[in-house]
Design a protein around this ligand. Structure first.
Ligand code: BG6
Length: 504
């Protein structure tokens, strides 16, 4: 990427500017983009909220957030003072037309001063139930009339199920062209997630064996030690399937299993991902239990500290049926992956915070070594470690030094921290920059979101009609539920131990 070229003027209008997302993620990301000279000279952030902040209170609030969460540490006073000049605040109710006319006036002042039309980015950092109203108002106020220069950013969850996603897409399309809509899945902005494409398509080594002939199974695990914290209200309407699988884990699955795109044009890449979702085998509503297992955390221990169960968390119902853990077994109907089980697993309050993708290769067709040589036999594995360790590791059999032939699995590692000294940008930095540059590659297209919901609808419907009878069914600090183990044990497989001890 070139930093020298003149960047187009941009105004980011954050709706929900006093909320958590802005505080923890957006403000630090914008600040770091500025620090690293990625922002245009003509740039402004207009924070919009129904909260009554003065301009200086708003600035102070963001300053605290940046100091607390920025990857570059605490701000320096002289730098913050320059950056703060880009910030302004607009108080207003989201349902009032006056809010949008006030935003319009602020935009006009800036554009008159800059003597140009800026890219206007409307970032909806608000709960999903506000998407409809705000996007409608932005449309009816004419703020997004310039289809080339105005963009809307929507956070996940995009819809609650297939019908609501179709409805939301239709509402957005009433006011915005698809090219103006940026549906965020922050996993796609992660460095290690973007590297999956580089790893697969910039190298020839694995492509010939990247298929059902050589791969036994694929496992994707995204586990977190954190519980729902203060997000009980939201989580009670979501659960792990909607919060993580429909978006983050499906995106990882797409990147791992998609066909090579012909180019990196946004639609070409997104077409290949939609192909993946469309080729996932439909789950028979009668057989959901053979494909999906759910769980909810009870009390337990994390890092030597006792933690409460999900049902004891604030804003959570005492008999909540919401799942905080999901394991899925999926299959794909296509030439490359037919018959290869795809295992997805995510949960809160698990033993480790770790996101890994493991490609398990098949065993050699014939076992040539004597039984005593293969006591520790383990078929080849390729592990893409997304976070917190960032790296790629491959395991293979080697002869243990000694007079006898004894095989033992060893690893080869690529570790970001060893190979690179420069800091890694946060996902939101990458995504915000792409939005400013008008690049939709890393964002979810309407059909992609709908295809993802379509795959999950049998599970959603079945779980809604058959409430769980055994919740809570895993202890905080554990590796999840017994059912998740049996789900894949039926294929003779097991979930891999989570900690990636060898990648530091
Ligand atoms: C969010 C989910 O999208 O992703 C959260 O709503 C989850 O529940 C978070 O904790 C995980 O993101 P990350 O980047 O910390 O892995």
């Amino acid at each position: 990427m070139e930093t020298e070229e003149k960047k187009s003027p941009a105004i980011i209008i954050i709706l929900g500017a006093t909320g958590d997302l802005t505080w923890r993620k957006l403000a630090p990301a914008i600040y770091n983009l500025w620090l690293d000279s990625w922002l245009p000279e003509e740039f402004a952030v207009i924070g919009v909220s129904r909260d009554k902040y003065s301009g200086s209170e708003f600035e102070k609030h963001l300053h605290e957030g940046v100091d607390k969460f920025s990857r570059s540490g605490k701000t320096k006073k002289n730098e913050w003072d320059i950056f703060a000049k880009y910030l302004s605040f607009q108080q207003g109710e989201f349902n009032a037309s006056t809010t949008y006319s006030a935003i319009g006036r602020q935009i006009k002042v800036l554009e008159t001063k800059w003597k140009t039309t800026a890219n206007k980015i409307f970032y909806l950092a608000v709960p999903p139930n506000a998407f409809e109203e705000i996007s409608g108002k932005i449309g009816s106020s004419g703020l997004a009339a310039d289809k080339l220069k105005s963009r809307i950013v929507i956070e996940k969850p995009f819809g609650h199920d297939l019908d609501s996603a179709i409805h939301l897409n239709a509402l957005l399309h009433a006011n915005f062209d698809e090219t103006q809509i940026y549906r965020i899945d922050h996993y796609l902005g992660k460095e290690t997630v973007q590297n999956i494409m580089a790893f697969r398509f910039a190298n020839t080594m694995y492509e010939p064996i990247w298929n059902r002939n050589y791969i036994e199974s694929i496992q994707i695990t995204v586990s977190e030690q954190l519980g729902v914290e203060t997000r009980g209200n939201y989580y009670e309407t979501a659960g792990a399937l909607r919060d993580m699988i429909q978006n983050h884990l499906f995106q990882l699955l797409c990147l791992i299993t998609m066909e090579p795109p012909v180019s990196f044009e946004a639609d070409e890449v997104r077409n290949r991902k939609v192909d993946v979702l469309n080729s996932l085998q439909k789950i028979n509503p009668e057989e959901v239990h053979k494909h999906a297992a759910r769980g909810q955390y009870g009390p337990g221990w994390i890092k030597g500290k006792k933690v409460i169960g999900y049902r004891q968390e604030p804003d959570v119902s005492k008999d909540s049926a919401i799942e905080t853990f999901v394991a899925l077994k999926l299959y794909m109907d296509n030439w490359r992956w037919q018959g290869v089980p795809l295992y997805l697993r995510t949960g809160k309050r698990m033993e480790e915070t770790i996101s890994i993708i493991t490609i398990q290769f098949k065993s050699p067709p014939y076992q040539l070594f004597p039984t005593q040589a293969i006591d520790n036999w383990q078929p080849n594995r390729l592990i893409l470690s997304i976070q917190p360790h960032m790296g790629i590791s491959t395991s293979f059999q080697a002869k243990r030094p000694g007079l006898k032939m004894v095989l033992y699995p060893v690893d080869m590692h690529f570790d970001y921290n060893e190979s690179y000294t420069s800091g890694t940008p946060e996902a939101y930095e990458t995504l915000l920059l792409d939005i400013m540059e008008g690049d939709t590659t890393l964002f979810m297209r309407a059909d992609q979101v709908e295809a993802a919901w379509k795959v999950l609808m049998p599970v959603i419907n079945s779980w809604a009609t058959n409430p769980p009878i055994n919740f809570p069914n895993y202890k905080s600090g554990s590796q999840g539920t017994e059912e998740a183990e049996t789900l894949i044990a039926k294929n003779g497989h097991s979930w891999f131990e989570m900690p990636l001890k060898n990648i530091s």
